[in-house]
Design a protein around this ligand. Structure first.
Ligand SMILES: NC(=O)N[C@H]1NC(=O)NC1=O
Length: 176
């Protein structure tokens, strides 16, 4: 998809296509649409990220809470979004042993109890062995630092989803 195509989308189409760049937060795509035209992938994602950065802490935590646990109940029930399903299965998180799953469940619960939001990590940049290690490490971080780290992961996930959508054809528009 090239940027001319993106810039020509009406509101409904844009939200259909980009509504899950930030997991289960189509409101962000709805707000970003108003910022057209976009020059390239970097410019487009800048608007998604600026929206996140401008939110109060409660809104940033809300975004994190829209994420399903890694290898959690939604994955078991088959109710993940298509994007999340692909990311979690790519990292091997859909083929864990019962023991590995229980270990992650326990760590996810500890993390949520400590910080009040789920553990978020860009699964495509990780794997089934690294996820519990990283979860244990981040469990010991300070809350303010952990909020920043988690939002950084949301942005990595969003970046990779945008790359998937725009592919190699997201070369810069000659508009400025
Ligand atoms: N909890 C969590 O990190 N979930 C997200 N991570 C990812 O790569 N896809 C997701 O849905």
């Amino acid at each position: 998809m090239n940027m001319e195509k993106v810039n020509s989308m009406d509101f409904g189409e844009f939200v259909d296509v980009f509504g899950n760049v930030i997991e289960r937060c189509p409101l962000i795509a709805a707000a970003v649409w108003s910022q057209r035209p976009f020059f390239d992938l970097e410019d487009l994602e800048k608007h998604f990220f600026a929206f996140i950065d401008a939110l109060p802490q409660s809104g940033q935590e809300g975004i994190l809470r829209c994420h399903p646990d890694l290898a959690g109940r939604e994955q078991q029930r088959g109710t993940l979004t298509a994007e999340s399903q692909r990311e979690q299965s790519g990292a091997g998180l859909t083929s864990l042993s019962a023991e590995e799953r229980q270990q992650l469940e326990k760590l996810n619960a500890q993390y949520r109890a400590r910080f009040g939001f789920p553990f978020v990590l860009a699964a495509r940049l990780s794997d089934r062995a690294a996820v519990p290690r990283e979860l244990e490490r981040r469990l010991h971080c300070q809350p303010a630092q952990e909020l920043r780290t988690a939002l950084g992961e949301v942005k990595k996930i969003g970046h990779l989803r945008l790359v998937d959508l725009l592919g190699a054809d997201s070369s810069r528009l000659k508009l400025r």
